[in-house]
Design a protein around this ligand. Structure first.
Ligand code: KG4
Ligand code: ZN
Length: 367
């Protein structure tokens, strides 16, 4: 369980409403407390990695059972870190989708029951709405930054590679991936390399050791469309790995072995990452050329990608775009972003949802 706590006493008094956030859409059990100033008082995330590791990916039923088992400890840790009691919670926010239905239902049912029993407002939040506003969250104990009314949001994760236009709380989808998501392509390549789940961050680390210019990866022809597509790039890199393997090059890390992968493989991994990041920058350039925008917010688990974080500031500076990169503490799934999204709704005067009538949705259009 990784937690963040506000060390020492708060520098500012806790502002109401105090929002309890719950996020259980995939394999992280998360609980957070965020105050009315958008200040994260505590954000606790319990990973289920160990439970899913033997299967090489997330097993939906195991995820749901783990959420149920982990929740009491996660919520207890968040409340203790925030030095708050349940009685002090003014509103509850839980993710309603998209995600694994069984996993979502656990967090949603907990939030619904609590809000109903205590007569507190309840907010059923879209997971992507949470990610979209997360770049403005501050470090634990610090206030959030003011969220602008209009911005373009880029979400890169294991399930999404999408561009949105956000205006006064309305979210319009501009582009999505037609096949694999950015993080998903990293995960699949990592699996082929014999890495343990989640492979994305490890592939990113391996790419640091290679030289993208030395690998044989042809540049895929671009289109004038805005949509993303990563399955072609993924297939290309997998085919190249088979070619290397046929030449006797070791292309997978043996379980438990410490020997580094050969340089040819590392170069290929670096070229893959380079192409994946180029595609993101290419779509941003196209969108900016079509309809210029002044602010870009980048979020999602794969927004932790090192190459992406290195290249985005330059891209933005060249176009005079104000860049808001999600802090690493909130790039992966967390509950602070869910509570924060509920606060945005409260600030706009949006009423809460009926705690007895909200259902979990595996697929859910945003906006
Ligand atoms: O937002 P998130 O925690 O969960 C989803 O909603 O998908 O994102 C997790 C995804 C996984 O696919 C993971 O491999 C990927 O983000 N990811 C990365 C990196 N860190 C996490 N992908 C590439 N480079 C990274 N550094
Ligand atoms: Zn996510």
């Amino acid at each position: 369980m990784t937690g963040a706590t506000a060390a020492g006493r708060y520098r500012h008094p806790v502002r109401s409403p105090l929002v309890l956030g719950i996020e259980t859409s995939c394999d992280d059990t998360a609980c957070a407390l965020v105050d009315g100033g958008g200040r994260v008082l505590a954000s606790v995330v319990s990973s289920q990695l160990a439970a899913h590791a033997p299967f090489g990916g997330v097993v939906p039923e195991i995820a749901a059972r783990e959420h149920l088992a982990n929740w009491p400890a996660v919520a207890g840790a968040a409340l203790a870190a925030a030095r708050a009691t349940l009685a002090e919670v003014d509103a509850v926010a839980a993710t309603r989708g998209p995600g694994l239905v069984g996993a979502l239902l656990v967090g949603l049912a907990i939030g619904r029951a609590f809000a109903w029993a205590r007569g507190r407002p309840f907010f059923a939040i879209h997971h992507l709405e949470g990610h979209l506003y997360s770049p403005w969250l501050g470090a634990v104990g610090e206030p959030s930054a003011p969220v602008p009314d209009r911005f373009v949001g880029l979400v890169v994760s294991g399930g999404h590679t999408s561009l949105y236009r956000v205006a006064d709380g309305a979210i319009e989808t501009v582009a999505e991936t037609r096949d694999d998501a950015f993080g998903e392509a990293f995960d699949k390549l990592g699996k082929r390399l014999g890495l343990a789940y989640p492979q994305g961050p490890k592939v990113d680390e391996l790419a640091e050791l290679g030289d993208p210019r030395r690998a044989r990866l042809s540049r895929l022809a671009g289109t004038e469309e805005l949509f993303f597509s990563y399955s072609g790039l993924k297939t290309q890199v997998l085919v190249e790995l088979e070619r290397l393997a046929a030449r006797g090059v070791r292309t997978a890390a043996a379980a438990g072995a410490q020997a580094p992968l050969p340089a040819e493989v590392l170069d290929l991994v670096a070229a893959f990452r380079d192409s994946a990041v180029r595609q993101v920058l290419d779509r941003l350039t196209r969108l900016h050329r079509r309809e210029p925008f002044a602010r870009l917010a980048v979020s999602g688990g794969a927004a932790a990608n090192r190459e992406l974080r290195r290249r985005l500031p330059e891209w933005a500076a060249e176009r005079d775009v104000e860049l808001h990169l999600v802090p690493l503490a909130y790039s992966g799934d967390n509950a602070a972003m869910i509570a924060f999204a509920a606060l945005r709704r409260l600030a706009r005067g949006v009423a809460g949802d009926d705690p007895l009538a909200t259902s979990a949705e595996s697929r859910l259009p945003v906006g």
